[in-house]
Structures are given as structure tokens and as C-alpha cells.
Design a protein around this ligand. Structure first.
Ligand code: GRG
Length: 306
């Protein structure tokens, strides 16, 4: 995470992220302790506690604080979002899906523990995520907790992340043959942006946001999630050409459709900038100091180098 300073508030984004990642990691450790059955919990914790950017939990906590809520109210949901993220990566890496042997710089979950255990541990994380929200969210009316459970289930389920994965699988390794921008955007909005949307909406609901504020944060997070993926596609090209002769981005080898392939690197970055502006516009009505983390996060997503 590089320095990302907003000129207005001199907000120290790096320090903010390091602090939030630290408290989220502690909360994750406590939410999925090493208890019976020990082996199953080891497998769950291997992926859950490995190094990640923790974007969804941070968005959830930041949205809660933006609307005046207490961070601790949103922590179980923030952890649940990371549990769901971890299980989706575990399942995505399986031989029957993307067949990736490496994740976050370590052997993938199924490489270490075997496919069958990895599938089961993924389901366990998914169930634990909803249990954690329902059981451990404190200080808000039960109706808000039900709303969060329902938003999350919808956004990760058959209308959300799962729909995005199904669309992606449909095109397999030959995405580029018949895929247009519209289909590519559908995949990214569902596979990636839906989780960021769930994170912002959960944080906002628990923080006591009005319906209008929830909708603004929903739009912010959809733009941020989509632009994350546009920039990811661009980084895949720029990293690969920088490392030419060493390795090549997996998606390039597989011949997948990406934003740079469909519209070129320059136009892809222009699109990412446009999405960033649209995301940040949604925050204009809020207290600028409280909005600083989400403004800086959007800047970081566009300008990151990895
Ligand atoms: C969610 C019920 C349910 C099932 C999962 C396998 C599957 C169905 C979906 C695949 C979802 C997937 C792999 C989406 C990609 C998300 C994404 C942008 C991953 C990379 O996120 P980073 O870069 O990763 O934030 P780190 O490692 O930093 O956490």
C-alpha cells in the first residue's frame, strides 16, 4: 500500500490501512479460533489469515464510520465479508475452476490440504460468516442485522458473485473469442463489485445510514469494485511486459478477454479514472474528514502498482 494523500485533508492512507488491517486480522483470528475439529479449523484459518489487502472489511468499517456509526458494530460483518472472500478464492483456485497452485504468495489451500477438504472448509467459512453476523453483532436493532444478512446473501449468491463466476466459467479459457465489453462488465460487476457493494451497504446499514446514504455508498462501491478490476487487467499487461522474458500474466497466456484487449491500455485507464470520479462524487454530501478514507481508497485502487 503506497502513500495516498488527499490534498484537502492530508489524510495518511497508508497509516489508516495498516491500522485497520491490524484490527481486522485480530478480529478474524478471534472469530475463527483453532477449536474442534482442529484440522478443519486449521484449513479455514490457512486461507482466512493469510496476507490479503482486506479491501472488503475496510470498506465495511469505513462506511459505518462515515455515517456516524461505531466501528465495533460493523466488525462481525467486516470479518464475515473476509470469510466469504477467502472461501471464494479457495473454491476459485480448485482444479475444476481456475486451477491455481499459488495464492497470496503461498501454495493454494487445495495444494496443501487436498481438494475435498478445501471444498468443505470453504462451506464452513461461508456458514461461519453468517453465524458470526447474526450472533456477534451488538448494539443495533435486530432488523438491521436481518437487512445485512439479506443484502449479503443476495449480493454473493445466484444474483451476485455466483452469477459472475457462472458467466466467467461459460466463456472458459476462450473468453476473447466472442465476448464484448458488456459481458466483461457483467462478470466484473458480479464477481468482484458485488462483494464491495455488500461491504459498503452492510457498514452503512449498521452505522445507521438513511436510505439515500445507503444508495450513495452502493453506487460508490460498485464503481470502486469495477475500477479495481479494470486496473487489475491493466496491471496484468503492464507487469507482464515489464517482466518479458521471465513470466507472463496468466490471463494473457489463457487468452482471456480483458479491458486492455478490448479497448487498449490508455482507454482502460481513462475508464478507470472516470469510475474513480463517479465513485468520489457519491461522497460529496458527507463530512469531508469522515469521507477521507473512502476517497483515498478510490485513489489507491486506481494508482496501485500491484
Ligand atoms: C461466494 C457462495 C460463493 C461461492 C464462490 C468461486 C466463486 C463462487 C466465485 C469466485 C469469486 C472470485 C474469485 C472473485 C474474484 C475476486 C477478486 C477481485 C479477488 C482478488 O482480490 P484481492 O486482490 O485479493 O483483493 P487479496 O489477496 O488482496 O485479498
Amino acid at each position: 500500500i503506497q502513500e495516498e494523500q488527499s490534498p484537502r485533508s492530508k489524510f495518511d492512507f497508508k497509516a489508516y490501512m495498516l491500522e485497520k488491517i491490524g484490527i481486522v486480522n485480530q478480529a478474524l483470528d478471534a472469530a475463527v479460533p483453532l477449536r474442534d475439529p482442529i484440522r478443519l479449523h486449521e484449513v479455514m484459518r490457512y486461507s482466512l489469515l493469510s496476507d490479503g489487502k482486506r479491501i472488503c472489511p475496510v470498506v465495511c468499517l469505513a462506511a459505518c464510520q462515515l455515517v456516524g456509526g461505531d466501528e465495533s458494530t460493523a466488525m462481525p460483518s467486516a470479518c464475515a465479508l473476509e470469510m466469504i472472500h477467502a472461501m471464494s478464492l479457495m473454491h476459485d483456485d480448485l482444479p475444476c475452476m481456475d486451477n491455481d497452485d499459488l495464492r497470496r504468495g503461498r501454495p493454494s489451500n487445495h495444494v496443501v490440504f487436498g481438494e475435498r477438504v478445501s471444498v468443505i472448509a470453504g462451506y464452513a467459512l461461508l456458514a461461519r460468516a453468517f453465524d458470526h453476523i447474526a450472533t456477534d453483532t451488538k448494539g443495533v436493532a435486530p432488523g438491521k442485522i436481518v437487512r445485512v444478512v439479506s443484502e449479503l446473501a443476495r449480493l454473493i449468491g445466484p444474483e451476485g458473485v455466483v452469477a459472475g463466476q457462472v458467466a466467467d466459467l461459460k466463456y472458459g479459457g476462450n473468453r476473447q473469442l466472442d465476448m464484448g465489453l458488456e459481458q466483461l462488465e457483467y462478470i466484473h460487476l458480479h464477481k468482484t463489485a458485488a462483494s464491495v457493494e455488500a461491504s459498503a451497504v452492510a457498514g452503512a446499514v449498521l452505522g445507521g445510514a438513511s436510505e439515500e446514504e445507503i444508495e450513495r455508498l452502493r453506487r460508490y462501491s460498485r464503481c470502486a469494485g469495477l475500477m479495481f478490476q479494470v486496473v487489475d487487467d491493466v496491471l496484468d499487461v503492464t507487469k507482464s511486459s515489464a517482466e518479458l522474458g521471465k513470466t507472463c500474466g496468466k490471463d494473457l497466456v489463457a487468452g482471456k478477454a480483458t479491458y486492455p484487449k478490448l479497448i487498449g491500455v490508455e482507454k482502460s485507464m481513462e475508464y478507470a479514472e472516470k469510475l474513480k470520479e463517479e465513485a468520489q462524487e457519491q461522497l460529496l454530501g458527507f463530512d469531508p474528514d469522515k469521507a477521507a478514507p473512502l476517497i483515498a481508497l478510490a485513489n489507491y485502487i486506481v494508482h496501485r502498482q500491484k
